[in-house]
Design a protein around this ligand. Sequence first.
Ligand code: AP5
Length: 223
Amino acid sequence: MRIILLGPPGAGKGTQAKLLKENFNLAHISTGDLLRKAVADNTIIGKTVKSYMDKGNLVPDNLVIELLKERLSLQDINCGFILDGFPRNVAQAQVLDKVFRDRNLNIDYVIYLKADAPVIIQRLSGRRVCSKCQANFHITNMPPKKEGICDNCGSHLYQRNDDKVEAIKNRLKVYLKETASLIGYYLKQNKLFEMDANFPAPLVFEKIKNVFSNPTRIVLPDP
Ligand code: AP5
């Protein structure tokens, strides 16, 4: 199974991708995670992309495409995969289409997670991430047992620079300007499944599983 998760920041793409990975044994490919690793490792790409990411802007296409192609060359994708955070604009989607055509692959589902701005801001501004194992917590929705400390490994929790309110607002603007047009792009390809992601994560996951058992695509009306 090959899945693209589409949706605004904070819609729950990463959360649903982890559930899909665990339940369906798929590789989870998050370009955000790949980029954050490049920043943490202080690679040449990492040094270039940090300021884009901190402000909530998209990093240049050529850099993210390079990382993605490298990731798609690993063996684990043969069992199927979830793309979380890629593509982010039509140019990236076209590159992806070409990569898949060249490899005789196709995307089975594009799951569009829809969430409202107040929900997104609440989720992202309260998120805290473990500095070591990257586990996610939330100051009210999912607080750690001890404030500021990871339940899993005892390391310190931090707030992503792009989870500060100004950066979140910019990410939402960037989403509308650059990414939202992908809804029409995949609608035309007859691959889009839309769902309300304002609900708790387990409920959203149930809806995704329903799509697999009863795929009702959104079909464009005849012109
Ligand atoms: P990326 O890491 O992809 O960030 P994002 O898309 O902005 O998404 P998030 O991870 O913040 O949100 P999400 O939808 O995955 O939600 P999550 O499950 O994590 O990208 C970061 C940056 O990298 C970009 O801004 C850009 O600079 C760069 N980048 C990445 N890909 C790129 C590309 N292709 N091209 C160019 N630049 C690129 O959940 C968020 C929070 O909400 C968590 O605390 C979670 O616990 C909580 N939550 C999730 N679901 C629920 C729920 N149903 N109910 C309650 N809480 C929930």
